[in-house]
Ligand binder design. Structure first.
Ligand code: PKZ
Length: 223
C-alpha cells in the first residue's frame, strides 16, 4: 500500500468526523471525495510538464517559426483536452491531495509536511513562471500561496469550509525563485463564523512575507 501524505491522513479523519453533518452544497464542497485515481498514476507528471512548459514560455525568446510550430502543437493538445473537459468537482486538478499543490497548475507547487488543527507547514518553490522582476516572485503569487494555505488551515482549524473576507500581505524581503521556502499558516483566533488566520513565508531564517486574514466559515449552501 502506498504511504499517505500528512494532508491525506488529515483529510481522511476530517471526512470521517464530518460524515454525520449535513451535506454542504456551497463553497468548496467538503464532501471529500478523495479519489486519487483520477487522471491516473502519471497525472502528477502531466501537471509538472505543464508547469515546466510555463517556465519555458516565460524564459523563451522563440523565433517566429518556433512560435508558429508551438501554436499548431498546442491547438492539437487543446482539442484533445477539450474532449475530456468535466465540471470542477470531478476534475483532478485541485483535488489530487496526494500531489504537490493538489495538482492545481495555478498554485505555486507546494508540499504539505504537516496539516491539522494546529495549522499547516508546507514547503514551496516559486519558479520562473512566477517571476515578478529581477529574479523575485511576483507579489500576487505570494498572496495566492498565502490564500490557499491559510484557507487550508482555516478549514482544518474551524472544521468547516471558509472563504477569504480579507487578506493582508506584508512583503518584508525579496522572495527568491527556484528556492525551497517554508510557509506556515495557523488559526490565530475564532469568533463565531469569523476565523482569523496568520501566516509566514521564510527563506531559511529570512522572513520574506507575512499575512493576516479573515476567513468566514460558510453556512450550508452558501456559495
Ligand atoms: C485536509 C482537509 C482537506 C484539505 C483540503 C481542502 C483544503 C482546501 C483549501 C482550499 C483553500 C482555498 C482558499 C481560497 C479561498 C478563497 O480564495 S475564497 C475566494 C475569495 N473570497 C471571496 O470570493 C469571498 C467573497 N465574499 C463573500 O462571499 C462574503 O462576503 C463572505 C466573505 C462569505 C462573508 O459573507 P457572509 O457569510 O454573508 O458574512 P457577513 O454576515 O457579511 O459577515 C460575517 C462577519 O464577518 C465580518 N466581515 C465580513 N467581511 C469582512 C471584511 N472584509 N472585513 C472585516 N470583517 C468582515 C462581518 O462584519 C461580520 O461580522 P460580525 O457582525 O459577525 O461581527
Amino acid at each position: 500500500m502506498t504511504q499517505k501524505s500528512p494532508l491525506q491522513k488529515t483529510a481522511t479523519s476530517f471526512a470521517e468526523e464530518s460524515a454525520d453533518e449535513p451535506h454542504h452544497e456551497g463553497g468548496f464542497r467538503p464532501d471529500f471525495d478523495i479519489d486519487l485515481t483520477r487522471g491516473g498514476p502519471r497525472y502528477g507528471e502531466f501537471i509538472e510538464e505543464v508547469r515546466t512548459f510555463m517556465d519555458r514560455v516565460k524564459a523563451a525568446l522563440p523565433s517566429e517559426e518556433l512560435v508558429a510550430e508551438v501554436i499548431d502543437e498546442l491547438k492539437v493538445l487543446n482539442a484533445k483536452l477539450d474532449e475530456v473537459a468535466i465540471d470542477e468537482w470531478r476534475a483532478p486538478s485541485g483535488g489530487r491531495i496526494d500531489l504537490p499543490a493538489r495538482g492545481n497548475i495555478t498554485l505555486p507547487p507546494y508540499e504539505v509536511d504537516d496539516a491539522g488543527e494546529e495549522g499547516v507547514h508546507a514547503r514551496l518553490t516559486f519558479r520562473r513562471y512566477h517571476l515578478g522582476g529581477n529574479n523575485a516572485a511576483h507579489g500576487g503569487q505570494v498572496a495566492v500561496a498565502f490564500d490557499d494555505l491559510m484557507g487550508m488551515a482555516g478549514a482544518l482549524g474551524s472544521k468547516g469550509i471558509t472563504r477569504t473576507a480579507y487578506l493582508t500581505v506584508n512583503y518584508r524581503a525579496i522572495t527568491p525563485l527556484d528556492t525551497e521556502l517554508k510557509l506556515r499558516s495557523w488559526v490565530d483566533r475564532m469568533e463565531g463564523r469569523k476565523v482569523f488566520l496568520r501566516a509566514t513565508l521564510h527563506n531559511g531564517e529570512t522572513l520574506c512575507a507575512e499575512a493576516d486574514g479573515l476567513f468566514i466559515k460558510l453556512k450550508p449552501g452558501q456559495p
